[in-house]
Design a protein around this ligand. Sequence first.
Ligand code: APR
Ligand code: ZN
Ligand code: ZN
Length: 366
Amino acid sequence: GNHSPRGAVRAAVLPAVGEPLRLTVIELPEPGPGQVRVRLAAAGVCHSDLSLSNGTLAQPVPAVLGHEGAGTVTAVGAGVTAVSPGQRVVLNWAPSCGSCAFCGMGEPWLCAHADAANTRPYARGEDGTELFPGLTVAAFAEETVVPERAVLPLPDGIPLTDAALLGCAVLTGYGAVHHSARVRPGESVVVMGVGGVGLAVIQSARIAGAGRIIAVDISEAKEELARSAGATDFVVASGQTSRQIRKMTGGLGADVAVECAGRAETIRAAWSSTRRGGRTTVVGIGGKDQIVSFSALEIFYTARTLTGCVYGNSDPAADLPVLAGHVQAGRLDLSALVTDHIGLDGIPDAFAAMQQGRGGRALIVY
Ligand code: APR
Ligand code: ZN
Ligand code: ZN
């Protein structure tokens, strides 16, 4: 996109929770010490952006949303050593600090300061209003300014537009399968919710050598997408979902379930579709009002595991080269996640499509 030397760029701003996004021009500063300026090539629209805009997830506003992006470094601030102008990067929306207790334990996805940048204004609106960066990286804009730790150098051979998907859906989905559920060859895997994240989970389960991959969605329209990503079976969600899956798996239930819808009923159904000793990983982010219940007896008797999963329980800097290897070897098809290429003005339609269960990822191409 065009931008003046002063740093005016087009962006989609959430003025307040519950309000529609406003397409406007914002004023970006030059990167300060430890900061990097990036010109976005593309940004995916994730359900978490919708959740921030409607208040299911909270962060300071007004904010520029967007957290699944890739682009090229255009300028670096004082003291930045990790990248220089011209470097192609994927944005990391949860940059770890490297020094808190969780980082010290080798669990950077739980970093206590991963969202530190969200609470500091990073740019201004045309009228001078201070703007916050949505999930640190503010990717719904032609350019952004982020902490050095929020950029991950992109290995060669991957188009920048495809690379945007690595930043959230694919790191999250791949990590859920490989780090959290630890799917072993031949295991049966249920994938509950076939959006961008669910599609990445299906592809990752295929890469892990899963046997059956049973995709579940409330929307029948998701079957074709699920199957082309590697699902062997598709179930339309209903009150009978877990019973149906147990029947499909010889009466036992699946080895693994990965929940990618962020709802109490899908978490419960995922858990109920696993076998005794089965593992359920919850990737979806539901609201505080979503309460899941289990009886004490069934927890004992079924001996199942239920676990949360943040950003795929991954160290993004370590996983990105691994994912790039899968892409280059033809095992991971990033562009298959994308069903709509849009501009910044297409975000409202992408949100509506999500709410109606239509399509895979919508990708903003700048
Ligand atoms: N049963 C089965 N599937 C459902 C149900 C249900 N009751 N309700 C919704 N779904 C499906 C939707 O039809 C949709 O296909 O879940 C899918 C969710 O996909 P998206 O809205 O595209 O969300 P995505 O961006 O993939 O994110 C999934 O992960 O990171 C989190 O906040 C994110 O909670 C969200 C989840
Ligand atoms: Zn996301
Ligand atoms: Zn930390």
